[in-house]
Design a binder for this molecule. Sequence first.
Ligand code: THU
Length: 135
Amino acid sequence: MTADIDWEALRRTAINAAQSAYCPYSRLQVGAAALVRGADGQLRVITGCNVENASYGLGACAEVTMAGQLHLSGGGALVAVACRSGAGELLMPCGRCRQVIYEFGGPSLLVDTPEGPRDMTWVLPAAFGPEFLPT
Ligand code: THU
């Protein structure tokens, strides 16, 4: 499965998405790109970019806007995620965003890391998930 993922294309897509960032405060353009498997089994690629606000704490990370795009484009499960700056540097999802992407990819979701692609058990060990909620 890992071998089937075109990581270079996903990284380029993330860098391209970062060009759309609204980041006048941090000046860090962030792009996220994900390979998604839709409910119909079809693979597609979605993206997100960070969108900041003058009220700094209201800024949205690229992974969060990508989660919106996941659902706006039909839903499904995240298979692989790459995050890059507009300049092309690899960026790891922040702690909050690790939880956000875990919601839609679970433990088998692969993330591009400085060590290469790793699954979410590496990126977010001992993760909190819906199984901890009362039924
Ligand atoms: N940022 C993201 O978009 N994703 C992350 O996982 C880390 C941080 C954004 C938020 C803010 O707009 C800028 O990067 C600087 O923190």
